[in-house]
Design a protein around this ligand. Structure first.
Ligand code: ADP
Ligand code: MG
Length: 252
């Protein structure tokens, strides 16, 4: 089984169906870039994978474990709270906004999850956090508070914080969209490094250059449905669907 398997995923808010039967597989070590116009349902899909939304129909498995779902007839099947927590721990999520704890240093932001949630002893967690800050190029910022860091640095701390939980899967939701243009590259470089190291990733992004060079596969979502999927070369150089062509004409 793939690390992430989604079959026929549907999700409505009120009377609006936002996901209209999404199928997606992400193999271990694969990087999938999710592209599409605003409102397509990209964030909602990621949130479903990470238990932040409950799906209305279809199924999602993460590493073979089903995420909660609603069966025909409306009965909700959800994992026990403990199992939801365990599954979430295995999935790192990085948002557009960095969401660091403002009154904690960069180092504290990174090691507190492992200490509080995983029960790692403090000395070990601190050492690992230092290694992670080094990996994202911020070894010298361990003692800095978020307000003392640039947006790009904060986002790199957020990535280190997610990695500290040793996730099986990383979800990125437009991680560079809130950044000044000159800070985008440093975050994409960290993500490229992660991909090269074999991390399984689903990345919602408008950074076509990143998708082209790093993604194994691109999935193009419009109005809650997958319109086209393929290698970056296929989708960017030779898009088959008019909706993809229109979108790419705007962003390329
Ligand atoms: P994308 O990330 O592709 O821009 P979203 O997944 O954020 O799209 O949103 C898809 C649609 O679902 C949008 O029309 C949005 O307004 C709607 N939506 C998202 N979250 C909610 C919510 N919690 N309640 C109601 N509508 C929502
Ligand atoms: Mg979004």
């Amino acid at each position: 089984m793939a690390l992430v398997e989604a079959v026929g995923v549907r999700k409505s808010f009120g009377h609006t169906e936002v996901l209209k039967g999404i199928d997606m597989e992400v193999e271990r070590g694969e990087v999938v870039c999710l592209l599409g116009p605003s409102g397509a349902g990209k964030s909602t899909f990621l949130r479903c994978v990470n238990h932040l939304e409950t799906i209305d129909a279809g199924r999602i498995w993460v590493d073979g474990v089903p995420v909660g779902f609603r069966a025909a007839g409306g009965k909700l099947y959800e994992l026990k709270e403990r199992d939801v927590a365990r599954q979430r721990r295995d999935v790192g999520m990085v948002f557009q906004r960095f969401n660091l704890f403002p009154h904690r240093t960069a180092l504290e932001n990174v090691f507190e999850g492992p200490v509080q949630v995983l029960g790692v002893n403090r000395a070990t967690a601190v050492k690992e956090a230092r290694d992670l800050l080094e990996r994202v190029g911020l070894a010298d910022k361990a003692g800095a508070y978020p307000a003392q860091l640039s947006g790009g640095q904060q986002q790199r701390v957020a990535i280190a914080r997610a990695l500290a939980m040793k996730p099986k899967l990383m979800l990125f939701d437009e991680p560079t969209s809130a950044l000044d243009p000159e800070l985008v590259g440093e975050v994409l470089d960290v993500m490229t490094g992660l991909a090269r190291d074999g991390m399984t990733m689903i990345v919602v992004t408008h950074e076509i250059g990143f998708a082209r060079s790093v993604a194994d596969r691109v999935v193009f979502l419009v109005d809650g449905a997958v319109v086209e999927t393929g290698t970056p070369a296929d989708v960017f150089n030779n898009p088959q669907q008019p909706r993809t062509q229109q979108f790419l004409a705007k962003v390329l």
